[in-house]
Design a protein around this ligand. Structure first.
Ligand code: NI
Length: 202
């Protein structure tokens, strides 16, 4: 019986992984720094999370402003800091238009990333960067809506874990709908240019 359960669990994981790859494989077909999603794939949705002051915020709290959303974690050794530096650079490049954009960092490691930890971390990049955490369930919900993959991994000979996570930057419009996605490694000026273009188009 136990073996059946174990195999079913493995099967379920395999199915989920294939589904995830199927959704994202279209993304890599996008041209340049912006990625495109296959038609009909919904990204984003309602969430309830906690900000760095310990206040509850929802997706509606950001409505009316553009949102630049990134998922990661403060212990991330390389990718997250690089991406957040690009986000900060894009805010600088936007000049006065930056007032219409809220950069948001959502942790995929709620066990370690408390409001206080996030508060210190986001300040390292930009005062305007909003750090959000939540219960593991709240994080799982928002990650699912944004099609974010994340998983705990413990390297050999290590007592602490890392988080494996997908790395896209999401531009959401003032209506909360996805406008475009940026691939990992997009420069701050390319991000700013794309935001400006999208703002002019709306
Ligand atoms: Ni990271």
């Amino acid at each position: 019986m136990l073996r059946i359960i174990r195999w079913s669990a493995l099967g379920l994981i395999a199915v989920l992984l294939v589904a995830w790859v199927a959704v994202w494989s279209g993304v890599f077909g996008g041209s340049g720094s912006q990625a495109s999603l296959p038609g009909g794939v919904q990204v984003g949705g309602p969430f309830t999370l906690t900000d760095t002051r310990g206040q509850t915020v929802t997706d509606a709290s950001f409505r009316g402003n553009w949102m630049l959303v990134y998922f990661g974690y403060t212990y991330c050794p390389d990718v997250c800091p690089t991406e957040l530096q690009a986000v900060a650079a894009s805010m600088d490049k936007l000049g006065p238009l930056a007032a219409k954009v809220t950069p948001v960092f959502i942790t995929v490691d709620p066990d370690r990333d408390t409001s206080a930890t996030l508060s210190e971390y986001v300040k390292l990049f930009d005062d305007r960067l909003v750090g959000l955490t939540g219960t593991p369930q709240q994080i799982a919900t928002v990650a699912k809506e944004y099609r974010v993959y994340y998983a705990k991994v413990t390297p050999k000979d290590s007592s602490t874990y890392l988080m494996d996570h997908s790395s896209f930057l999401y531009l959401m419009g003032p209506d909360g709908q996805l406008r475009t996605l940026f691939k990992q490694g997009t420069s701050g000026s390319d991000i700013a240019d794309a935001i400006r273009t999208r703002m002019n188009a709306s």
